[in-house]
Design a protein around this ligand. Structure first.
Ligand SMILES: NC(=O)c1ccc[n+]([C@@H]2O[C@H](COP(=O)([O-])OP(=O)(O)OC[C@H]3O[C@@H](n4cnc5c(N)ncnc54)[C@H](O)[C@@H]3O)[C@@H](O)[C@H]2O)c1
Length: 364
C-alpha cells in the first residue's frame, strides 16, 4: 500500500519521532521523497534515540527535509511555534511501557494526558488563526493510541465504538489522551482523529519490550523471563505496517473518527517465544516462568473492517516479519548493546531480579 503521490498534508510535526514507531514513520515517509517535510519534537527520554533516524541523516536529500527539536510535548512554549509551521501533527510521543507505568504512573499522566492537552491547545490557537485568515487551514491532529484502551478482550474483536475499559496506568492515560482528542473535535470542531494500533514489533524496538528483550537475551544465552503461564494473546503488527496505516489514516481518514489498526496475527506469548528461539537456534531451557505482571491483560483483538474500508492493507506476514526482526538484531548489536548499558541495569534489576530469583522452569 503506497501513500498518494502528492499527499494532502505535507508539512508534518511528528512528536516522539525518535522512538520505535515514530522513527519508522519518519524514515518511511521521507524515503518516499514526495516533498513532505517533517519536524520531529522529542523529549529524548530513555526511549528516544537519535540513532533511530540515522538512515535519514545519512541521506542528504532526506536530511534536508527533517528538522529535529529536543523538547517536551507538555511544554506549551516549545510546542506553539512548531505547530504554527505545519499542516498536521502526528502524536507518537508517549510513555509507552506498561511495566514502567506500574512502577511510576505519574510520568504517564504528564505526557500521555497533559502532553496531548498542550498539543491540542496549540492546534486550537492555529484553528483560530485560520478562522481569521492568518493561515490557509487549521492543522489536522492525529493521536496515535493503542488497542490496550479496550482492556482485556476474552472473546471476539473490539470495534471502534466499543466501551473503553483500560486496566493499567498506561492504557488509562492513553484512553484519557484520546478522549480529549474527541472532545476537541466535538467542542471546537477541530480536525482531529485517532488510530488504535495493536502490539507492534520490528527493528529499532527498545529492548525493554518482549520480542527485542527475548531476542537480545537469547543471543547472550541469558534467561528469558516469561510472565506467568505465557498464554497471554497479542495481535502482532509489523512496525512498517503500523506506521504506514497511520500515514494512510492521516491522509485519508475522516475527522472525528477512530480507526483500529489490527494485524490479524494473534499469537500467545509462548508461541512467539517458540518461533524466535527456533530462528536463533537457541534452546527452550533459556525460558524461565516468572511472576506475572500485575493486572496483566489476557488478550487484545480488534476488528479492522473500518480501516480496510478506508483502503489500507498490511503488507507483512508474521513469519517474515519475525525473521526480518531477528536478522536486524543480529546485524545491529551496536544499537541494542548501547541501550543495554548505563541505566538499563537499574531498570532490569528492579523489574526482573526478584522475579528471576524465584522463577521456575517454564515447561513446554
Ligand atoms: N509499541 C507498541 O506496541 C504500540 C502499540 C500501539 C500504540 N502505540 C503507541 O504508539 C506511540 C509510539 O509508541 P512507541 O512504541 O514508538 O514508543 P517509544 O517509547 O519507543 O517512543 C516514545 C517516544 O516519545 C518520546 N517522548 C516521551 N515523552 C515525551 C514528551 N513528553 N515529549 C516529547 N517526546 C516524548 C520518547 O523520547 C520516545 O522517542 C505511543 O503513543 C504508543 O502509546 C504503541
Amino acid at each position: 500500500m503506497t501513500a498518494p503521490a502528492s499527499p494532502r498534508f505535507r508539512r508534518l510535526l511528528v512528536t516522539g519521532g525518535a522512538g520505535f514507531i515514530g522513527s519508522c514513520f519518519v524514515r518511511d515517509t521521507l524515503a518516499r521523497r514526495d516533498g513532505t517535510t517533517i519536524v520531529v519534537l522529542d523529549k529524548m527520554t530513555y526511549a528516544g534515540n537519535r540513532a533511530n533516524l540515522a538512515p535519514v541523516v545519512a541521506d542528504p536529500e532526506q536530511a534536508a527535509h527533517l528538522t529535529f527539536v529536543v523538547g517536551d510535548i507538555a511544554d506549551a512554549k516549545a510546542v506553539a511555534p512548531l505547530v504554527a509551521g505545519v499542516d498536521a501533527v502526528v502524536n507518537f510521543a508517549a510513555e509507552s511501557h506498561v511495566d514502567r507505568s506500574i512502577l511510576d504512573p505519574e510520568a504517564f499522566l504528564r505526557t500521555d494526558v497533559m502532553g496531548v492537552h498542550v498539543l491540542l491547545e496549540a492546534c486550537r490557537l492555529e484553528q483560530e488563526r485560520a478562522r481569521k485568515g492568518d493561515r490557509a487551514a487549521a492543522p489536522r491532529f492525529l493521536q496515535v493510541s493503542t488497542d490496550e484502551v479496550y482492556g482485556s478482550v476474552e472473546t471476539g474483536a473490539s470495534r471502534e465504538g466499543d466501551r473503553l475499559e483500560p486496566r493499567s496506568p498506561y492504557s488509562a492515560a492513553k484512553a484519557g489522551g484520546e478522549l480529549l482528542v474527541n472532545s476537541y473535535f466535538v467542542t471546537y470542531g477541530m480536525d482531529a482523529l485517532v488510530t488504535r494500533g495493536s502490539n507492534t514489533y520490528g527493528p529499532y524496538h527498545h529492548p525493554e519490550k518482549l520480542i527485542p528483550l527475548f531476542i537480545t537475551n537469547a543471543i547472550d544465552d541469558q534467561p528469558l523471563p516469561l510472565y506467568g503461564d505465557g498464554l497471554q494473546r497479542r495481535d502482532w503488527l509489523y512496525v512498517a505496517d503500523h506506521a504506514g496505516a497511520i500515514g494512510h489514516v492521516l491522509q485519508n481518514g475522516r475527522s472525528g473518527e477512530v480507526y483500529n489498526v489490527p494485524a490479524e496475527n494473534e499469537r500467545t506469548n509462548r508461541a512467539v517465544v517458540t518461533d524466535l528461539l527456533a530462528l536463533l537456534d537457541k534452546p527452550w531451557s533459556l525460558v524461565r516462568q516468572v511472576e506475572d505482571r500485575a493486572g496483566h491483560d489476557r488478550r487484545y483483538a480488534m476488528d479492522g473492517s473500518k480501516l480496510a474500508a478506508l483502503g489500507w492493507t498490511n503488507g507483512m506476514k508474521f513469519e517474515d516479519g519475525l525473521a526480518a526482526t531477528v536478522d536486524w538484531y543480529l546485524a545491529h548489536e551496536d544499537w541494542w548493546r548501547a541501550i543495554k548499558s548505563g541505566d538499563w541495569n537499574a531498570y532490569y534489576e528492579r523489574q526482573y531480579a526478584a522475579r528471576l530469583a524465584s522463577s521456575k522452569e517454564a515447561g513446554r
